[in-house]
Ligand binder design. Structure first.
Ligand code: ADP
Length: 423
């Protein structure tokens, strides 16, 4: 009897275990189908799983089909949106409720060249900026400013973006709003703003020092000139004169620069012999006491003919370069001017064998108000604008200017002037 019961139980258990295995296998196949978004072919499964199972499979298949349809719809709508937004100049970014990127147009990739193939990636992994993520949160919480400026830093490079964000209903009808951002690259404006601020600060600083010295000396003279020894009075007046000259040169250079940077820089080109211009200039210098201690020479390739240029402005270029060589090198230094013909340009070089310029200063040397040795420049009446004026004049002629220098060996300023001037 026992044996019979045990046998029945064993058979029953075997059948139940088989059914369980069938269910597990069937459920696994169902899950795989759902993951693959493909309908489940339950005909492959044993019929013994019953009516409920068939209903479950049918319902799951309906859901899979509906999900596929919605996905296609969403994809189609996204494609349409992308086609519309793709050609916009403004960069556009759309993320879903979980910050997965759904759309990024071409303009966005132009701003962030590294952000290629970013669709379906999380925003925080693509655009690294805490400020931006905080802004995204603010947009989601409807407490964002209408426009917000954000700096994206990539290594040493900064990109400034003016950002507008808004919530939009999701195209797939899912829960949670999507967020749309319009990004406007304002890096250039920001840089210009910085340059302008620095410029105003520099000019104010440059004007303040001589002005306060002049004011101080004049006050002393006004109060005490009657009892002051004549030698002191003279010394005071000479100091006032020196600082007035400095103010004058600064204003002259500022005016020159502002004219050169304006839309009417007043370039008067005429056919000019560079050889005569340089010869005349060196002769002038030989007559000047300031150049007496230096050895000035020139060499001009006879093939260098006439060029269409503004002789007064190009003379100013050479004067600024030669004056600098005289100011920043000791007596006895050789200063050579040379001109030679290149393929499409004439290359002029003003070279000295003075103390040279440190390598770290070379990239900044043509910036306004940049000086290697501030004290020495001021003491020599420098404004810090001479090389900036040189660069502007050469560029107005369609040329370029550069410097080569080695400490202890000297400095060479080169300018290349195109043979055919473009108007
Ligand atoms: P500055 O009015 O001070 O001379 P510049 O723009 O003409 O202004 O020159 C910028 C700086 O470059 C100078 O302050 C000086 O430190 C450096 N410099 C220019 N020319 C030379 C040179 N030939 N040798 C050494 N330093 C030079």
């Amino acid at each position: 009897m026992f044996i019979l019961i045990a046998l029945v139980l064993a058979v029953g258990l075997g059948v139940a275990l088989k059914k369980l295995r069938d269910y597990r296998r069937a459920i696994r196949s169902l899950v795989l189908s759902a993951d693959a978004k493909e309908p489940f072919l339950h005909e492959d499964e044993p019929a013994s799983l019953g009516v409920d199972w068939d209903q479950l499979c049918a319902r799951t298949n309906e859901l899979i089909t509906e999900n596929n349809r919605l996905n296609q719809l969403r994809f189609g709508q996204l494609m349409q949106l992308e086609a519309t937004l793709g050609s916009l100049q403004e960069a556009v970014l759309i993320v879903d409720a979980n910050n997965y990127i759904l759309l990024a147009n071409r303009a966005l990739q132009a701003i962030f060249p590294r952000a290629q193939n970013i669709l379906k990636q999380r925003l925080e992994l693509v655009l690294h900026s805490r400020d931006f993520l905080a802004y995204v949160d603010a947009v989601r919480a409807s407490r964002a400013e209408p426009q917000h400026e954000i700096e994206f830093v990539d290594g040493t490079q900064s990109t400034w973006i003016e950002m507008t964000g808004a919530l939009i209903p999701p195209l797939d009808g899912a829960k949670g709003s999507w967020a749309l951002f319009v990004l406007h690259d304002i890096t250039k404006q920001k840089k210009l703003e910085g340059v302008r601020k620095d410029f105003v600060a520099n000019v104010s600083h440059e004007l303040r020092t001589p002005l306060s010295i002049i004011k101080g000396y004049i006050e002393t003279l006004v109060d005490g000139h009657r009892d002051m020894p004549i030698a002191d009075r003279e010394r005071f007046l000479l100091t006032i004169q020196r600082h007035t000259d400095r103010l004058n040169s600064l204003l002259e250079d500022l005016l020159t620069l502002s004219r050169l940077e304006s839309i009417y820089p007043g370039l008067r080109r005429e056919s000019t012999s560079l050889a005569s211009l340089i010869t005349g200039l060196v002769d002038d210098y030989h007559a000047r006491p300031a150049a007496a201690g230096h050895q000035l020479a020139f060499s001009i390739d006879p093939a260098v003919g006439n060029l269409l240029l503004d002789p007064l402005k190009i003379t100013q270029v050479f004067e600024n370069l030669v004056d600098n060589a005289l100011k920043y090198t000791p007596k006895g230094t050789h200063i050579d001017l040379s001109a030679r013909l290149r393929e499409h340009a004439v290359e002029v070089c003003v070279r000295d064998n003075g103390p040279g310029i440190p390598a770290e200063d070379l990239p900044h040397i043509f910036e306004r108000f940049y000086r290697v040795d501030k004290g020495r420049s001021r003491e020599k009446g420098g404004t810090g604008l001479g090389l900036s004026i040189v660069k502007h004049i050469v560029q107005l002629h369609g040329g370029r200017v550069w410097v080569e220098s080695a400490l202890g060996q000297g400095t060479a300023f080169y300018l290349s002037l195109p043979l055919r001037a473009k108007d």
